[in-house]
Structures are given as structure tokens and as C-alpha cells.
Design a protein around this ligand. Structure first.
Ligand SMILES: NC(=O)C1=CN([C@@H]2O[C@H](COP(=O)(O)OP(=O)(O)OC[C@H]3O[C@@H](n4cnc5c(N)ncnc54)[C@H](OP(=O)(O)O)[C@@H]3O)[C@@H](O)[C@H]2O)C=CC1
Ligand SMILES: CCCCCCCCCCCCCCCC(=O)[C@@H](N)CO
Length: 273
């Protein structure tokens, strides 16, 4: 049951630049209505203009919302509410807002660990928390998390960044087990180095070792990475690690389903009593 993008409401955090902007364009080209979430209003408007060039009908809308996804949950909840009032319930949320800073562990400021954890991790928790109830009620929804290759392997220079990207994986896998009985699907992307403004910023901070490790692989185009992320979100398939864990996950999923049915039964019993 792939998600139908034509007419769907897709929210992209970090949608004003890089991979997020390309994800928004990819969804818009397939007929979706888009909400872009980021802080800088000029960049948002610039991205909106660029995305609108790809419209396929005259009903499509690109809405811009300026908010910091990592600061205050009630603020994030509010802007999601505003977006839903304008464009309807969110069918797909793409958590792409994020940042990277590299450096040796002892050279990184302690505040950098706090900053990356709040933007990359909490900045994915808050928007997801704000859309999940409606998705479960509607029995429709996709939540996409953007981790990184550095979210699968801890690499030199990435003590702060890698850990924030590992955290996303734990969040996503646990959340998937909770929401699967409600037909809501969670995917995680692990992109390689990609040619974006964020990547250019990161490169200014990379120690020699990190740069040499990074140079062993080639840099991808954001359009190409975005295409794959959208495809994986629409038609959810199983990765290698999930296949190995299949037996366990299958039996855990059945526990979750049984609890859901038990709870529904006792609710009916309570009502009739
Ligand atoms: N490029 C790469 O090599 C790779 C990137 N990734 C991940 O992909 C994601 C996108 O990266 P990339 O496209 O390179 O990044 P960019 O820096 O090009 O874009 C980042 C986007 O996120 C927004 N953003 C940043 N911080 C916040 C915040 N606190 N609140 C709201 N919006 C915010 C930015 O807008 P504004 O600043 O105006 O808020 C911008 O729209 C990140 O999570 C990154 O870690 C993963 C693997 C590789
Ligand atoms: C099983 C997994 C296979 C992994 C292959 C290993 C290759 C490692 C090369 C270095 C990759 C660095 C990625 C960081 C990307 C990133 O998130 C930043 N560029 C963001 O700005």
C-alpha cells in the first residue's frame, strides 16, 4: 500500500536548503502540497520560488514556516497545527533539518555536543511528536528520518555528529514498532557525503583524518539522494539488518498487535458495562 503523493500534504523540515529542498521538489513534482520548515525566512522564500517552478497543476501550494525545530516543543506543535489548518492533515513528515560540525573529541566545545544533539535528535523528535497522534487516528502516515552513513559507523572527527545520528536510529526503530498497527510507516535514510551548503560548512571544520576518510568515497548529488529517500518512504521495503532481525521483530509486533486488540476489547466492555 504505497502512499499516494498527488494531493498529499508533505512537511519537510530543513526544506529550504540541500537535501531537504530536493526532497520537497521531488514530492512537489509528484503532485504533493508542501510545507517547508526552517529558520531563515529569506532562504525559505527563495526555496519556495524554486520549488514552484516544478508545479504539475495550479492547485498546488508551497507553505513556508519559520521556526527552530530544536528549541521549544510548544512552538513546533503550534506551527504544525497552523500548517494542518491550511493544507490538511500531514500525510508525510520528512525530518531533514540538521547540521554537522567535525573536530577531535578534545577540541570540540562541550556546547557543540549539546547543539548537535538538540538540532539533529530533538529536532526530529518534536515535529514527529506533533504529527503522530493524527496519523495514528487517520491510519495514514509516513515519517522519514534523515540519519547519515556516520549514523551507522562512528568515524574520526564525528564524536558529536555520529552520536546524534545514531540516536535517530534508535528513535525510529522503537517508534516503528509502536505505530505499525496503525498503518503508519517510519523510514530512516543513511546518506553518504552529499554536495550541499551544509556539507561545504562541515568541510571547513574537518580534521585531516576526517577529510581523508571522507575522500575515500565520492560526493553524491542532492537530487539523487532525495529521489532515493522519497522512493523508500513511499514503498517501504526491508533493509538487510531488518531482515536479520525479522524473527524477533515479527514476534514483538504480534505482542503489540495483541495488546492493541485487548485494549480495544476492554474499552468496548467498559462502555457496555
Ligand atoms: N550533506 C551531507 O553530506 C549529508 C547530510 N546529511 C543530513 O541531511 C540533512 C540535511 O543536510 P544538508 O542538506 O547537507 O544541510 P543544509 O545545511 O544544506 O540544510 C539544512 C537545512 O536545515 C535547516 N535547519 C538547520 N537547523 C535548523 C533548526 N534548528 N531548525 C529548523 N531548521 C533548521 C536549514 O535552514 P535554516 O538554517 O534557515 O534553519 C536548512 O534548510 C542533515 O540532517 C544532515 O545531517 C546526512 C548525510 C550526508
Ligand atoms: C554500512 C555502512 C557503509 C558505510 C561506508 C563507509 C564510508 C565512510 C566514508 C565517510 C562517510 C562520512 C559520511 C558523513 C556524511 C554526513 O553526514 C556529513 N557529510 C553531513 O554534512
Amino acid at each position: 500500500k504505497p502512499l499516494a503523493l498527488p494531493g498529499a500534504h508533505v512537511v519537510v523540515t530543513g526544506g529550504s536548503s540541500g537535501i531537504g529542498k530536493c526532497i520537497a521538489i521531488e514530492c512537489y513534482k509528484q503532485g504533493a502540497f508542501i510545507t517547508l520548515v526552517a529558520r531563515n525566512e529569506d532562504k525559505l522564500l527563495q526555496a519556495k520560488k524554486e520549488i514552484e517552478k516544478h508545479s504539475i497543476n495550479d492547485k498546488q501550494v508551497v507553505l513556508c514556516i519559520s521556526v527552530d525545530v530544536s528549541q521549544d516543543y510548544s512552538q513546533v506543535e503550534n506551527v504544525i497545527k497552523q500548517a494542518q489548518e491550511k493544507l490538511g492533515p500531514v500525510d508525510m513528515l520528512v525530518n531533514c533539518a540538521g547540521m554537522s560540525l567535525a573536530g577531535k573529541f578534545e577540541d570540540l566545545e562541550v556546547s557543540t555536543f549539546e547543539r548537535l544533539m538538540s538540532v539533529n535528535y530533538l529536532g526530529s523528535v518534536y515535529p514527529s511528536r506533533a504529527v503522530i497522534t493524527t496519523m495514528k487516528e487517520r491510519r495514514v502516515g509516513r515519517i522519514v528520518f534523515v540519519s547519515s552513513q556516520a549514523g551507522q559507523l562512528g568515524l574520526f572527527g564525528f564524536t558529536a555528529y555520529s552520536s546524534s545520528k545514531f540516536a535517530i536510529r534508535g528513535l525510529a526503530e522503537a517508534l516503528q514498532m509502536e505505530v505499525k498497527p496503525y498503518n503508519v510507516y517510519v523510514t530512516v535514510a543513511y546518506p553518504p557525503d552529499t554536495d550541499t551548503p551544509g556539507f561545504a560548512e562541515e568541510n571547513k571544520t574537518k580534521p585531516l583524518e576526517t577529510r581523508l576518510i571522507s575522500e575515500t568515497t565520492s560526493v553524491c548529488k542532492p537530487e539523487q539522494v532525495a529521489k532515493q529517500i522519497v522512493k523508500d518512504a513511499i514503498v517501504v521495503t526491508m533493509g538487510l539488518f531488518r531482515t536479520i532481525a525479522l524473527f524477533y521483530l515479527g514476534s514483538f509486533d504480534s505482542i503489540v498487535r495483541r495488546c492493541m486488540m485487548q485494549r480495544a476489547k476492554s474499552e468496548i466492555a467498559d462502555k457496555t458495562a
